[in-house]
Design a binder for this molecule. Structure first.
Ligand SMILES: Nc1nc2c(ncn2[C@@H]2O[C@H](COP(=O)(O)OP(=O)(O)OP(=O)(O)O)[C@@H](O)[C@H]2O)c(=O)[nH]1
Ligand SMILES: [Mg+2]
Length: 307
């Protein structure tokens, strides 16, 4: 058991190694090279935090706090300063550490949204795999009718995960697909229904309006649904994801966030930037393209892996 746990953490560490190299390796080097805390140390820390995408707001706030601690004499050694910084970052992340619990409703309806290419369909496939292996029945709604290959891609994931896909022939109305999927989930007693949506649509219609319409249809069929509106973010886009969070939250009200592609970027600090500004739980993180590469977000493990 211990070995298995260690192995799982090891893989997380590997997945986050680019961020770790940017953050931990540089901070450790900096701390080791200093005998005492001075302005230069704080300036370099600031630069490392900015480069790892923790964002200006969070970084400046933390630097200010560190300066105060030093001034008051509460922190007087570089090593203790690092520990203080680590604890502060952990607290920021822990604020949004709340995993998705799907057992409370049946069907539990999850609407997955986000701009094109961020990893929505892949994340849905991985989530479906996790739910089915946990003994739950899962239906997937192919409401991305913009891209013709989108249904096929979802179908492949559905087969892999053991989840049926509800779809209509190409170019159809996403709302109609969602309506059918809701009916099917209700009549079959499905545990979890996950709705895949488009990240981009024909310029004539507005994506947010399309998504609002889907949300309305879901709520009309099941009063308290969608139970989760999961925004998917691509970690490689860094700071830009903060504006995505704000835009989608204003339009639809996000209840959770999945951050993908953390394996491909040193910008993992963006979770800290988002968490410092928004109160929306991180549900999942993606550290690769395979089913097992989707993890529940855990603030403690995350900070251990990057700092
Ligand atoms: N390395 C890596 N690749 C990922 C991860 N998640 C998704 N991808 C890849 O990102 C690409 C886009 O993923 P999709 O799931 O198609 O993204 P989408 O948001 O559904 O895209 P649209 O439907 O076009 O809006 C694919 O090649 C995925 O394999 C991840 O955690 N790590
Ligand atoms: Mg997709």
């Amino acid at each position: 058991m211990f070995n298995k746990k260690k192995n799982v953490f090891q893989k997380l560490k590997e997945g986050l190694s680019k961020t770790r190299n940017q953050l931990k390796t540089r901070i450790d080097g900096l701390i080791a090279s200093k005998k005492k805390i001075d302005d230069q140390l704080l300036e370099e820390l600031e630069e490392i935090m900015i480069v790892s995408d923790m964002g200006v707001q969070v970084t400046c706030g933390l630097i200010e706090k560190m300066k105060n601690k030093v001034k008051k004499g509460e922190v007087d050694q570089p090593e203790i300063l690092k520990q203080y910084l680590r604890d502060e970052i952990y607290n920021i992340l822990d604020n949004n550490d709340k995993n998705l619990e799907v057992s409370a409703r049946s069907p539990f309806v999850i609407m997955v949204i986000g701009v094109n290419g961020v990893g929505k369909t892949t994340t849905i496939g991985k989530m479906a795999g996790r739910f089915t292996s946990g003994g739950k029945s899962v239906l997937l709604a192919a409401a991305d009718t913009f891209r013709t290959a989108a249904v096929e891609q979802l179908q492949i994931w559905g087969n892999r995960a053991g989840a049926e896909v509800i779809s209509h022939p190409g170019g159809s109305d996403p709302a109609a697909v969602v309506f059918d999927a809701l009916k099917a989930a209700q009549s079959r007693g499905t545990d979890v229904l996950i709705i895949d949506t488009a990240g981009r649509i024909h310029t004539k219609t507005n994506l947010m309006e399309e998504l609002k319409k889907i949300k309305r249809i879901v709520a009309k069929e099941i009063v308290d649904a969608p139970h989760e509106i999961l925004l998917t973010l691509d970690a490689t886009t860094g700071q830009n994801s903060i504006s995505q969070v704000k835009l989608f939250d204003e339009a639809l009200g996000i209840t959770g966030i999945a951050v993908t592609k953390l394996d491909g970027t040193s910008k993992g600090g963006v979770l800290v930037a988002i968490s410092g500004e928004m109160n929306i739980p991180f549900r999942y993180i993606g550290i690769g393209e395979k089913i097992e590469d989707l993890r529940d977000f855990n603030a403690g493990e995350f900070i251990d892996a990057i700092l």
